[in-house]
Design a protein around this ligand. Structure first.
Ligand code: F6R
Length: 335
């Protein structure tokens, strides 16, 4: 809970770190952002943020391998907060072998070690956070890098976003956290990445199951599941309002709320703050993060742990040790 209060300062720090980093002005015609879990969220947010702005294909790859089209004209951001996540390391090695343009974001681990060895630029992040709590460091440097390459100019939007975060009164959302207790949170929005981030934070911080889906797609499948009014009584639906929904999306939201209200425990809305897309996305992320910590308290669980993730990573290392095999592939690149 302590760290959430530092979120606005972390944003300022993240921007500063990225501005001071030595990033080449690469030429490329498509972009792939590789990362898993908390380290992938920055990519998801960036993709949603720039959808109407950047005339380039942007893919967020959460797999063991890069897609077949990745080549020397592809910019790859390899992001792993710990620097030791095997899927990300494996994609990093693919990117090296395919001569992609690479920028790494990491606090250390193998990713930083290998990038240093191969002289690949790395934005070094401060250590000591849970990856999911380090989101400002895993997202804002992506914006700064693209600004440095003069592909976007979001300077005013960045400023607004930080100001808005400072103005949000997080306590106003305590009641909503109470409402989510002992229910199944269901998060809908036309900001798909923000809805998914909230769901993931509820999973990892609050140790609860949760669902997320996105408008307008959810109106073509998910919504129909609510026609059966005998079910779903325990769902607490939260609609994240992006604040600039088109008339079509507004009509979809109203229709969906009308359909759901008699078959679920509650339907609530959280409205984004600010004018720019970045402020509106980040204000919702901040509020969602806060609610997830608050719910962790109410659930009596430790928000900072994610024991099953740690156990699985350990088991994979013991049984397969992919990193050792990747190390050999990297070794042959650096000779
Ligand atoms: C832990 C968390 C996880 C990790 C994921 C990848 O706080 O959020 O989802 O982010 O297991 O690990 P890293 O981020 O170190 O590459």
């Amino acid at each position: 809970m302590n760290q959430i209060n530092k979120f606005p300062e972390m944003c300022l720090d993240a921007i500063e770190i990225a501005k001071n980093a030595n990033i080449p002005s690469y030429q490329f015609d498509k972009m792939i952002i590789c990362g898993m879990g908390g380290s992938a969220v920055g990519g998801d947010l960036l993709k949603d943020l720039l959808r109407d702005e950047l005339p380039l294909s942007v893919e967020v790859s959460k797999e063991y391998h890069l897609p077949a089209y990745a080549d020397e004209k592809t910019l790859v951001f390899a992001i792993s907060y710990s620097g030791n996540t095997e899927e990300t390391l494996s994609q990093f090695v693919d990117a090296v072998e395919r001569k992609c343009k690479i920028i790494c974001l990491s606090s250390g681990g193998k990713l930083r070690e290998w990038a240093d060895r191969l002289k690949i630029p790395t934005i070094v992040l401060p250590a000591g956070f849970q990856p999911r709590a380090a989101l400002p460091y895993l997202f804002l440097p992506l914006v700064v890098c693209l600004q440095k390459m003069q592909l976007i100019n979001l300077e005013e939007e960045l400023k607004e976003a930080i100001e808005i975060l400072g103005e949000i009164r997080l306590k106003d959302y305590n009641e909503l956290a109470d409402d989510l207790k002992d229910s199944m949170p269901v998060i809908y929005s036309d900001f798909g990445a923000v809805a998914r981030r909230f769901k993931n934070q509820l999973n990892e911080n609050s140790k609860t199951q949760a669902k997320a889906d996105v408008f307008p797609e959810l109106n073509h499948n998910e919504m129909v599941g609510y026609e059966n009014k005998k079910m779903n009584r325990n769902d607490s639906v939260v609609i994240l309002r992006s604040g600039d929904e088109s008339q079509e999306i507004k009509t979809r939201i109203e229709f969906t709320e009308g359909l759901l209200k008699d078959s679920v425990k509650s339907v609530n809305e959280i409205w984004a703050k600010g004018k720019g897309r970045l402020a509106r996305m980040f204000s919702l992320v901040y509020i969602g993060d806060y609610i997830s910590y608050k719910l962790a308290d109410l659930n009596g669980v430790n928000a900072d742990e994610a024991k099953s993730i740690d156990m699985l990573k350990k088991e994979l290392k013991e049984k397969i040790n992919l990193v050792e095999k990747l190390e050999k592939r990297i070794g042959s690149q650096s000779q």
